[in-house]
Design a protein around this ligand. Structure first.
Ligand code: B12
Length: 372
């Protein structure tokens, strides 16, 4: 982190667990209040760059979700990583910087009117005052890109460049042909996943963030990657089972599934008996599956900061249920990037940064339990 970030973060107010819980409990009411204020603001069209009000509501919904997580975890790091991203992504879509300031004032008014307990009101208010006071710093961070990014190291891998271009052109046939020509062994496949697909998808995300491609194009790229991975799966499923059961899933409300699928494939190649569930699995349904399957590990993927709270709640449920509490809980995904201690705070047993590291940690746990 650079100096601006460090200076900004020093005076970030701490919120007590009681006030954080009240904020989370009251979030829908606060949101309604804020949306009501913004909707009737006479300058709103200009502030949101003439975007539909629905997009503004989505921005507010995201704000509410990530602020709930930030306040609950008391994490200024998470805030400094998320708010500049929010400014950047929605400014690129026409929202003015003034909009974000007006929004922060609207949250202060909502907090003042909705909270009854004076000490809780003061604590939450001080967070919003801090955000408003650091508005200019946060703009600077969003412009310089100094806050941690959502990309992996940009390696000069020629295949990655070609694959990315094909994804941006929506050329699924070209992608499949590239794979057919270049992947012969399990190691080729591992390299392709980690050094071609992963960084290429991060680059797709960056294009979305700067409003250079649409959500539809983001979907198209993911759909092509899905076809490519499905095409490679027969190579993976030929590896025999030598270890225990693993359930791999994206968390509740988590629509990003490629990372989880990559982990599932790597684990399967490493001899695990894998059940891969895909995206957005509700907590109660996941719990049912865990009770039936009794896996050794649950590998949970969380990409968006907004979904950390859902992940934390799911982990709490799994850890409290007598039938599932012994399952080793590994987390990973973009939401944890550059925040190596976050996994502990949300109650997991471990974290791995990528699919290969996930297999190493799993094997470590497996031998700790006394298995070969
Ligand atoms: C494709 C995509 C989508 C697709 C997902 C479709 C699908 N079926 O998966 C769609 C269009 C649905 C989508 C939606 C959204 N997205 Co999106 N999306 C992406 C994108 C471009 C690629 C994701 C991906 O496939 N990455 C490739 C995989 C391999 O990487 P990975 O998941 O990080 O996995 C690696 C590691 O993290 C790790 N790992 C992953 N999971 C696990 C689990 C365990 C247990 C372990 C050990 C390791 C591990 O292993 C993998 C490497 O080996 C990312 C950009 C990015 N940087 O990733 C944005 C991104 C994640 N999306 C973003 C956003 C904002 C959204 C939306 C809110 C808005 C939107 N774009 O419409 C919604 C949120 C929906 C929701 N509720 O989840 C932001 C998140 C920013 C933030 N502050 O959190 C990103 C970073 C884009 C950006 N640069 O702004 N998105």
């Amino acid at each position: 982190m650079n100096d601006t970030i460090l200076t900004c973060s020093l005076d970030f107010p701490r919120v007590s667990p009681g006030s954080a819980a009240s904020y989370v409990r009251m979030i829908e009411r606060l949101l309604e209040h804020v949306n009501g204020q913004l909707k009737t603001n006479p300058g709103i069209d200009g502030l949101i760059g003439c975007n539909p009000l629905n997009l503004m509501r989505t921005v507010q919904q995201n704000h509410a979700s990530f602020m709930s997580t930030i306040i609950t975890l008391n994490s200024v790091e998470l805030l400094i990583r998320t708010v500049p991203w929010m400014y950047r992504a929605y400014h690129a879509r026409g929202f003015t910087y003034d909009y974000f300031f007006v929004e922060l004032i609207a949250w202060q008014i909502a907090v003042a009117e909705c909270f009854d307990q004076p000490d809780q009101k003061t604590e939450i208010m001080s967070v919003y005052k801090w955000l408003a006071e650091h508005h200019e710093d946060l703009i600077k961070l969003s412009l310089t890109g100094a806050a941690p990014s959502f990309s992996v190291r940009d390696e000069a891998d020629e295949m990655r460049q070609v694959f990315l271009l094909l994804l941006l052109e929506g050329d699924s046939y070209g992608c499949l042909r590239l794979v057919e020509q270049s992947i012969r062994t399990a190691d080729d496949l591992r390299h392709f996943y980690l050094h071609v697909i992963w960084p290429a998808m991060c680059a797709i995300g960056q294009q979305w963030e700067y409003n250079r491609i649409s959500v539809a194009e983001e979907h198209l790229a993911t759909a092509i990657v899905g076809r490519v991975m499905a095409g490679l799966y027969p190579m993976i499923s030929l590896c025999g089972v030598t270890c225990g059961k693993v359930v791999v899933s994206a968390g509740p409300n988590e629509f990003h599934e490629v990372g989880a699928r990559m982990v599932a494939d790597f684990m399967e190649m490493d001899g695990w008996d894998v059940t891969y569930l895909g995206a957005n699995v509700p907590a109660n349904v996941l719990l049912d599956i865990l009770r039936i399957q009794k896996p050794f590990i649950l590998a949970l993927s969380i990409a968006t900061v907004f979904n950390l709270g859902n992940g934390q709640e799911l982990i709490r449920i799994v850890k409290e249920d007598p039938e599932t509490r012994d399952i080793k809980l590994m987390v990973g995904g973009l939401a944890f990037k550059d925040m190596p201690h976050l996994w502990k705070e949300i109650g997991a047993d471990g974290y791995a940064a990528d699919a290969h590291s996930a297999t190493l940690l799993s094997k470590e746990w497996w031998s700790e339990r006394g298995y070969a």
